[in-house]
Design a protein around this ligand. Structure first.
Ligand code: ADP
Ligand code: ADP
Length: 220
């Protein structure tokens, strides 16, 4: 079965203990929020899950294996770690076309993912004029090209206008309803209230609470 399992991650950058025993599991069919203040270790954890960073201790598995062992990683895990880095003179659609070709992802899905992220009107314009919210949407479109069962979004609400926030909440719910594994980080609990089913709260490199969202709210 698909799930993300993070166990006992420790990671030091110089004098900074970025991860200090980070452990949690992300199950399919629900939205799991990954919440904590800036510097708590969310991005480092996500980078370790994606094989972009190596932990000093512990491990992260996706569907039972480390990301780097996945046979077709981009078909397995769709991730937004930074808003898409775009060439200003290239259209949003051409950016996706280039990604699909260079990473051998299905070109036939391009118009479908553009529609999915609500960029049907804008994707044929040059990306130089794109707002941060539009670049986030384009990054999410890129993540969905491989139709992955596991979706990881690092701070997708950043730079989103109110319409974008409403869109992303609905999008996250639909991913969970499709049975995918969904991990979404935010430094603001409020962004995930009413959207996340489960919330993993982190501080100083470790989990401080891991509970269904209604339990966390009731405990406040
Ligand atoms: P979050 O995503 O929760 O804001 P991060 O994982 O980005 O937290 O950072 C955790 C800690 O590790 C912070 O103190 C951050 O400054 C530090 N850190 C992260 N990446 C690096 C790096 N490449 N070099 C040095 N320090 C880093
Ligand atoms: P396949 O071609 O079998 O469908 P994938 O779609 O998973 O496999 O990967 C397509 C190509 O992208 C492969 O050549 C792979 O090495 C490369 N690739 C895998 N992971 C990444 C990544 N995180 N970033 C960039 N390229 C990647």
């Amino acid at each position: 079965e698909q799930r993300i399992e993070v166990s006992g991650l420790r990671k030091r950058f110089g004098a900074t203990q970025a991860l200090d025993g980070m452990s949690f599991t992300v199950s399919p069919g629900r939205v799991t929020g990954f919440v904590g203040p800036n510097g708590a270790g969310k991005s480092t954890t996500i980078r370790v899950i994606l094989g972009l960073d190596t932990p000093d201790e512990g491990r992260a598995l996706v569907g039972g294996v480390p990301y780097r062992r996945l046979r077709r990683p981009l078909r397995h895990v769709g991730a937004l770690v930074d808003a898409a880095a775009l060439q200003p003179s290239r259209t949003g659609r051409n950016h996706l076309l280039w990604l699909a070709r260079s990473q051998r992802l299905p070109v036939r899905r391009i118009d479908e993912v553009i529609e999915l992220v609500g960029l049907a009107g804008a994707a044929r314009r040059k990306a130089g004029g794109f707002s941060l919210g539009m670049r986030q949407r384009l990054g999410i479109a890129a993540a969905m090209l491989g139709d992955p069962p596991v979706v990881i979004l690092d701070e997708p609400f950043n730079g989103m206008d109110p319409e974008g926030i409403i869109w992303i909440r609905r999008f996250l719910r639909s991913l969970a309803a499709e049975g995918r594994v969904v991990l979404v980080s935010s430094h603001l609990m409020g962004e995930l209230q009413g959207t996340a089913d489960q919330v993993v709260v982190v501080g100083r490199g470790r989990v401080v609470a891991d509970a269904p969202v209604d339990e966390l709210v009731a405990a406040e």
